[in-house]
Design a protein around this ligand. Structure first.
Ligand code: DX5
Ligand code: ZN
Length: 218
């Protein structure tokens, strides 16, 4: 059975002057998740937003909030992200000295846990964690900025990860983040991804709500 396709619009590309309006639009839309990118200016060369914005998003939507942490030492903060409203917290393996502890801290507060790797990190790095997490996020651009071009080598990583998951955790979600658009969505689903993040493709579209529906039907 094909796993359910999930679209997670990334609010990083939204107009923050109208965040309330944006979240109401997402709430009406076919998107099941809202993707929230947290950057600390250390793990990535950019700073986005933190707890107050996440809390405001939480108050405005009942959709699943998917928090992508691009921060060093995520174990210091994961529980506060759950308390601020995250349903799912994903951290970078490259940024974490003790992933098992980080996963346990997230679960202890009642959220789902995900791990993620940058484009240059080999897929083998996630193998030992596949059975312990709900999701693996594969970055298909260098983390830090929206609007970059998709890295095609991601397709092969998705296929290899899906094979590993078939053996070790068939329920594993595979999320892809960076440069996703209607040009590559179908191929990404076919390779084995079931969650697509889309920032500029959604918020740069003339009609974001229709674009969301389109990305789910590609
Ligand atoms: C990049 C972020 C992405 C970003 C994707 O570091 O993790 O979630 O918003 O933006 P697009 O879809 O424009 O590549
Ligand atoms: Zn992201």
């Amino acid at each position: 059975m094909e796993p359910q396709r999930i679209l997670a619009p990334s609010i990083l590309s939204a107009d923050f002057g109208h965040l309330g309006r944006t979240i109401r639009m997402l709430d009406r839309s076919a998107a099941q998740w809202v993707h929230v990118d947290v950057m600390d200016g250390v793990f990535v060369p950019n700073i986005s937003f933190g707890f107050p914005v996440l809390k405001a998003v939480r108050r405005a939507t009942r959709k699943t909030i998917d928090v992508h942490l691009m921060i060093v030492e995520p174990e210091r903060y994961v529980q506060r992200f759950v308390e601020a409203g995250a349903d799912l917290v994903t951290f970078h393996l490259e940024a974490c000295a003790d992933p098992a502890r980080c996963i346990a801290l997230i679960r202890e507060r009642g959220a789902r846990a995900g791990i993620t790797i940058k484009p240059a990190t080999p897929i083998e790095a996630v193998r030992e964690w596949i059975a312990s997490v709900d999701m693996v996020l594969l970055m298909s651009v260098e983390p830090g900025f929206g609007g970059q071009a998709f890295i095609p080598a991601t397709f092969d990583k998705i296929r290899r990860l899906r094979r590993m998951a078939d053996a070790g955790n068939p329920a594993l979600s595979i999320e892809v983040d960076g440069g996703v658009s209607s040009q590559n969505a179908r191929e990404l689903y076919e390779a084995g991804a079931n969650v697509l993040v889309a920032g500029s493709a959604v918020f740069g579209a003339e009609d974001p709500e229709s674009e969301i529906a389109r990305l789910l039907q590609c």
